[in-house]
Structure formats: structure tokens, C-alpha cells
Design a protein around this ligand. Structure first.
Ligand code: UDP
Length: 255
């Protein structure tokens, strides 16, 4: 039987689990042992800000089986708001940890999303690193509804145990929530730019920057178009401080 749900924290009303990397991996193993469909989301401050504006996305995060804390901003907010999160669990690292375990246990992986050819190259990297890893499919596809039937057909044929979806948030997470009832894949996880990292299309920040909590800055410098998306971050900081120190801050509620 899967162990009980990990502690739930609320960051500006949005649900996040206080799990370490090791605990997250154990949850994945428990989901696979239990069978039935599960969804994992990798929550960062951009997710939180989006979820507060978008009830459909908020609901996805309410219903997901595991929301790992991805991003230093979330850990900072957790400290300020008295919602402690012990450890950052970056999506790409959880994906690597799952792949390492999959090579031992024989879990069947499917990589869906990113630009054409990228999922294949990401799979090659994983296979090289974890010999014997069963990757049962890779496909760029697209989150557009008219593409769904063809994608679902591929997935039904490949019968993966774990599906990684790289369409960027919130599209990938909405996509999983929409089709999981049909697919019944034991574990489906939105992974954002993880295939790009694994394929070597985009380098990850150097270790010292990650350890200093500056991975977001590195990503902004490498891919300046991210500023648009990151515009919400000062607002995130402000809302967290207001929720903590302001009179009657609206931080605890949605909308
Ligand atoms: N992507 C895609 N189809 C789309 C939109 C995005 O395959 O319609 C892919 C894109 O190629 C990239 C990933 O989704 O691999 C999103 O990565 P990003 O770095 O933006 O995500 P983050 O890690 O910031 O959530």
C-alpha cells in the first residue's frame, strides 16, 4: 500500500507537498505499485501565480497526486509563510532519478513533447546513462486538441508505466489532467524544459549557481525571452510579503 500523502503546504493558497527528492521517488514507486492513473506537477512561483488567475490550472494542482517544490522561490515563500518545504525537487532531477530506478525495476518510460527530435535525444542520453532503460516511445506531438487522438493511440500501444510530458506549464499539466482518465498511465508528470536539458539543447546552470539558488538567473541570461514569463516574480515576492506582514492580505485565497 502507498504510504500516506506527504505533508501539504499552501503557498498563496496553492497546494505543494513537502517532500525530499528521496521521498518523491518513493511516492512514484508507490503509485506504480498501486496502479491506476497518477499525476505529478513540479510547482514553482510561476505556477503559483498562474494558478491564482486560472481556476482550471488551480484545480489541476488541487487534484494532482504529487506537487513537488521546484524552485528556490517556493522554499523562500514557505519559510516566510510558515509553510516549511525542506528541499527543492527540480523536475529534471526527479526525472533522472525515476529513470535510474526504472533501469533497475523495468519501468517503461515514454517521453512526449519538446521540439521534433529532442525527446529522442533526451532518451538517448538517459539510455546511455542507465543501460537497459526501457524507453517504449518518444514523440514531439503537440498539446493541440486535434493532435490528441493520434497521441493517445500511440500511448495506448506503447503502454508506458511513466509518461513525461514537456509542453511547458500550464499546458502540459492541463493536458495530462484532461487525458489521464482515458489513458490510465500509472505516473504522468509535466517536466517543462527537462528534455531540452537532457538532449543538451539548453545547458543547465553550473553547480555553484544552482547551489546559490541562482538557476533562474542563469536561465534568464541564456534565454532572455523568459523575462516575459518571469515578470510575475516580483509580484510573487510582494504577495508573499503582503500575505505575511500586510493587514488582511489576500494571500491565503485564490483569485
Ligand atoms: N513545447 C512543446 N510544444 C508546445 C510548447 C512548448 O513541445 O506547444 C516544449 C518546448 O520545446 C520545451 C518545453 O515545452 O521543450 C517547455 O520548456 P520550458 O523551458 O519553457 O519550460 P519550463 O521548464 O520553464 O517550465
Amino acid at each position: 500500500m502507498p504510504r500516506a500523502e506527504p505533508p501539504v503546504r499552501r503557498i498563496l493558497g496553492v497546494r505543494v507537498h513537502d517532500v525530499t527528492m528521496a521521498e518523491a521517488l518513493e511516492r512514484v514507486a508507490a503509485f506504480l505499485a498501486a496502479g491506476g492513473p497518477h499525476q505529478i506537477c513540479t510547482v514553482n512561483p510561476e505556477f503559483v501565480m498562474h494558478a491564482r488567475r486560472d481556476p482550471a490550472f488551480f484545480q489541476v494542482l488541487e487534484q494532482a497526486d504529487l506537487n513537488v517544490p521546484d524552485g528556490v522561490g517556493l522554499l523562500w515563500a514557505g519559510r516566510v509563510l510558515g509553510q516549511p518545504l525542506r528541499e527543492r525537487v527540480p523536475g529534471v532531477e526527479l526525472m533522472e532519478a525515476i529513470a535510474a530506478r526504472a533501469a533497475q525495476e523495468g519501468w517503461r518510460l515514454f517521453l512526449l513533447g519538446a521540439a521534433p527530435g529532442v525527446a529522442e535525444r533526451a532518451a538517448e542520453t538517459l539510455r546511455r546513462r542507465y543501460p537497459g532503460l526501457p524507453v517504449v516511445g518518444t514523440f514531439a506531438g503537440s498539446p493541440r486538441p486535434e493532435e490528441a487522438p493520434a497521441i493517445l493511440a500511440r500511448l495506448r500501444q506503447a503502454r508506458p508505466d511513466v509518461l513525461f510530458v514537456a509542453y511547458g506549464a500550464p499546458r502540459q499539466d492541463l493536458w495530462i489532467a484532461r487525458y489521464q482518465p482515458d489513458l490510465q498511465i500509472p505516473v504522468a508528470m509535466g517536466v517543462g524544459g527537462a528534455f531540452d536539458f537532457l538532449a543538451g539543447v539548453v545547458p543547465r546552470a553550473p553547480r555553484w549557481m544552482r547551489e546559490a539558488g541562482l538557476e533562474w538567473l542563469y536561465r534568464l541570461l541564456r534565454q532572455p525571452w523568459r523575462w516575459r514569463r518571469m515578470r510575475v516574480l516580483p509580484r510573487f515576492v510582494l504577495d508573499v510579503l503582503r500575505a505575511r506582514y500586510g493587514r488582511g492580505g489576500t494571500g491565503a485565497r485564490v483569485g
